[in-house]
Design a protein around this ligand. Structure first.
Ligand SMILES: Nc1ncnc2c1ncn2[C@@H]1O[C@H](COP(=O)(O)OP(=O)(O)O)[C@@H](O)[C@H]1O
Ligand SMILES: [Mg+2]
Length: 237
C-alpha cells in the first residue's frame, strides 16, 4: 500500500505511516478547531519535506487568513510557489450572478482545478472548505447532489485530497451535510473543548488506525500531535 506522509508531527503514526495514496479524506470539526491549519500544513510539509507539489483551493471569504497563518508559523511559501510546488487558488462562487447557476459555476471551477493540478503535477490537493460550496445553492437536496458530484469529480484527479468540512463541533458530527462522509475514504475529526484540542481518526480505509482521541497543540510551528497521549471521549463536548 502506497501512503503519502502528511508531514504533520505525530499524525502519521496514528495511521500506519500515512494516508493511502489517491484517497479523499475529510477533515471535520467546528469553527476554530484547526482545519485550515491542518490542511495548509499538509500542503506546506508536502512541498517542503517531500518535494510533492500541492494545490490549495480555498473557499474561505477571507483569503488573508492564509497569509496570516503562513506568517505566524514562519512558513515561507513564496519560494515554494515560485518553484511550482505550491499553488493557492481562491474559488469564487458568485451567488448574485443572474445567468449562471451555482451548479454551472461549479462545473467550470472543476475544470480550472483540473488544469491547475495538471500544470503543477499536484500530488496533494485541498479544498477548504466544502461547506462553503453550499452558499448559492437553493435547496438542501441540490446542495447535497452538488457536493456529491464535486467531491466525486475530484477523485478523478489522481491526487491525495483533504476536504475540510465545518460541523457544529459536537463529538459525533463528522460533516455538515452527511454526503461528505459518504464519499470520503477517511474522516479525521478535530475538536476543541477548551482548553484541549484533540484529533480522532474516525475512518481511514485499508488502515489499522488509532482508535483513541489524541491531544494536539497549535504552536509557532503549526499543529503538533501527541500520539502517545489520549483524551477521554467523554471529555469532548
Ligand atoms: N500562531 C498560532 N499559535 C497558536 N494558536 C494559533 C496560531 N494561529 C492560529 N491559532 C489557533 O488556530 C485557530 C484557527 O485555526 P483554523 O485552522 O483557522 O480553524 P478552522 O479552519 O477549523 O476554523 C485560532 O482560533 C487559534 O486558536
Ligand atoms: Mg477554516
Amino acid at each position: 500500500m502506497d501512503r503519502i506522509r502528511s508531514g504533520i508531527p505525530g499524525f502519521d503514526e496514528l495511521i500506519e505511516g500515512g494516508i493511502p495514496v489517491g484517497s479523499s479524506v475529510l477533515v471535520s470539526g467546528g469553527s476554530g478547531t484547526g482545519k485550515t491549519i491542518f490542511c495548509l500544513q499538509y500542503i506546506y510539509e508536502g512541498a517542503k519535506q517531500f518535494m510533492e507539489p500541492g494545490l490549495f483551493v480555498t473557499l474561505e471569504g477571507n483569503i488573508k487568513n492564509i497569509g496570516w497563518n503562513m506568517q505566524s508559523f514562519n512558513w515561507d511559501i513564496g519560494k515554494l510557489q515560485e518553484k511550482n510546488l505550491i499553488k493557492i487558488y481562491k474559488l469564487n462562487l458568485d451567488i448574485l450572478r443572474r445567468h449562471t447557476t451555482a451548479e454551472e459555476q461549479i462545473e467550470k471551477e472543476l475544470e480550472v482545478i483540473a488544469s491547475m493540478v495538471k500544470q503543477i503535477k499536484a500530488k496533494r490537493l485541498v479544498v477548504d472548505s466544502t461547506t462553503a460550496l453550499s452558499v448559492g445553492t437553493e435547496s438542501r437536496g441540490t446542495m447535497r447532489s452538488t457536493l456529491y458530484h464535486f467531491t466525486n469529480a475530484l477523485k478523478e484527479l489522481d491526487c491525495t485530497t483533504l476536504l475540510s468540512s465545518e460541523t457544529r463541533g459536537r463529538r459525533n458530527d463528522f460533516s455538515a451535510f452527511g454526503v461528505e462522509e459518504f464519499v470520503a475514504d477517511g474522516v479525521i475529526a478535530l475538536y476543541f473543548s477548551p482548553p484541549n484540542r484533540s484529533v480522532f481518526v474516525r475512518k481511514m480505509r485499508a488502515t489499522n488506525h488509532s482508535k483513541n482521541v489524541h491531544p494536539f497543540e497549535i504552536t509557532s510551528k503549526g499543529i503538533q500531535i501527541n500520539p502517545r497521549d489520549k483524551i477521554m471521549w467523554e471529555a469532548i463536548r
